[in-house]
Design a protein around this ligand. Structure first.
Ligand code: HMG
Length: 384
């Protein structure tokens, strides 16, 4: 039985900051941010948006009544969760009007959460023929104003329906993974912003990719020639480039040129959005599907979550995949955003809703929003 990604949806907040303007405000050469880091824009969420509202938006963009009826599993991968007890998935039951015979929960392991969800969804669909799973990656990546990580922030969500006879990407059940206890990036429960040993995190990421690529080749007796595309977790677009460069000189010039060319197609959206943490690899997949993919291509996907867990797995693009993606909707979402000044972004960054907040729906521009914090409980609403 073929199992994989049958639908993929995306949500990005409506505001962004321009990376050249950010560089100027921080007295940095803009080339460092646009070339050295490889970003153009950074998504900025509103204070009434969080991991829950963004997850609802990406899922809402793809789910039909038929999908909802067939769902048996809902997994949310996030590291920006808004509750230490209740899962982001539980909040979504009302917002998405899902039937209650669903196993819903949240997975946390830095940026690896959605991949853990995807692999669990594969197992679930294998064991429950006819059922579907919904996997959502949703995050706000934050390091703080004027930190080295500021240029690598971002926000958004990717939702995927996993089913039999997938129309987009067949998962091939070929995978290698590894875990090491590493202090490259962390966010204690008291902090809204992450702490990172930036350069060390880059080294660990590249080391994980190289180790897993060796393991993958040995386990499945393949070489780079068996793949036309490698997709990477993209905290910022230069990061995947660093991993890809480890293949230069080790594969033929033609293969390296092809992989580089396809990588460029996969980072188009990330350049415009920034780090989605759990969703970054899947935004890369979506960007590749919209900007470069061909039917029957063999893809290799590198998932990395600080702390650290890595997984390298393969999939095959399905014939007719483009008909299962609403390309216009995705491009409109990206193109119709509004630029925010750096001064306004800095002001909004400081806003944090406290207990007792009631959000006036007239000020809301998004379909799903945090409406109230009552008795320290976050309550959500949908604009009709
Ligand atoms: P930095 O110290 O400000 O930058 O921090 P830099 O000095 O290393 O410069 C960056 C690049 O710009 C360098 O290129 C410079 O040469 C170049 P590289 O050596 O990397 O190829 N550069 C220029 N290029 C053109 N023109 C110029 C110029 N000047 C310099 N004028 C850093 C950069 C990424 C470390 C920082 O932003 C940071 O700490 N970010 C957060 C951590 C991070 O994203 N790590 C990635 C790996 S870990 C991961 O992926 C997991 C994660 O997503 C979290 C999770 O799993 O949950 C982060």
């Amino acid at each position: 039985m073929d199992i994989g990604i049958d639908k993929i949806g995306f949500y990005v907040p409506q505001n962004y900051i321009d990376i050249v303007e950010l560089a100027k405000a921080r007295d940095v050469d803009p080339d460092k941010f646009t070339i050295g880091i490889g970003q153009d824009k950074q998504a900025v969420p509103k204070p009434y948006q969080d991991a829950v509202t963004m997850a609802a938006s990406s899922a809402d963009s793809i789910l039909t009544a038929e999908d909802k009826k067939d769902l048996g599993l809902l997994i949310v991968g996030t590291e920006s969760s808004i509750d230490e007890s209740k899962s982001t998935a539980a909040f979504l039951m009302d917002l998405l009007e899902l039937p209650e015979d669903i196993r819903a929960f949240e997975i946390k392991q830095a940026c690896f959460g959605a991949t853990a969800g995807l692999q669990s969804a594969f197992d679930f669909v294998s064991l429950n023929p006819g059922k579907k799973a919904l996997v959502i990656a949703t995050d706000i990546a934050r390091y703080g104003i004027k930190t080295p990580g500021e240029v690598t922030q971002g926000a958004g969500s990717v939702a995927m329906v996993i089913s039999e006879n997938p129309r987009i990407l067949k998962l091939e059940h070929k995978s290698v993974y590894m875990t090491r206890n590493i202090g490259d990036f962390w966010r204690p429960t008291f902090s809204k912003t992450a702490f990172a040993r930036g350069k060390f995190s880059n080294q660990v990421y590249v080391d994980f990719f190289q180790t897993l690529w060796q393991k993958y080749q040995a386990k499945f007796d393949v070489t780079a020639n068996d793949f036309s595309t490698m997709l990477f977790h993209i905290p910022y677009t230069k990061m995947g480039t660093k991993a890809l460069r480890t293949l230069e000189g080790k594969v033929s010039d033609e293969k390296y040129a092809e992989l580089t060319d396809h990588y460029q197609a996969s980072i188009k959206f990330s350049r415009e959005v920034g780090n989605l943490y759990t969703g970054s690899l899947y935004l890369g997949l979506l960007s590749y599907l919209v900007n470069g993919a061909r039917p029957n291509e063999e893809l290799l996907l590198f998932s990395y979550g600080s702390g650290a867990v890595g997984e390298l797995y393969s999939g095959q693009i399905q014939p007719g995949f483009d008909k299962a993606i609403n390309k216009d909707k995705i491009l409109n979402l990206l193109d119709n955003r509004q630029k925010m000044s750096i001064a306004d972004y800095e002001k909004m960054y400081q806003v944090e809703y406290q207990n007792g907040t009631i959000v006036d729906p007239k000020t809301v521009q998004e379909k799903f929003y945090l409406s109230e914090i009552k008795e320290n409980e976050r309550l959500y609403k949908k604009l009709n």
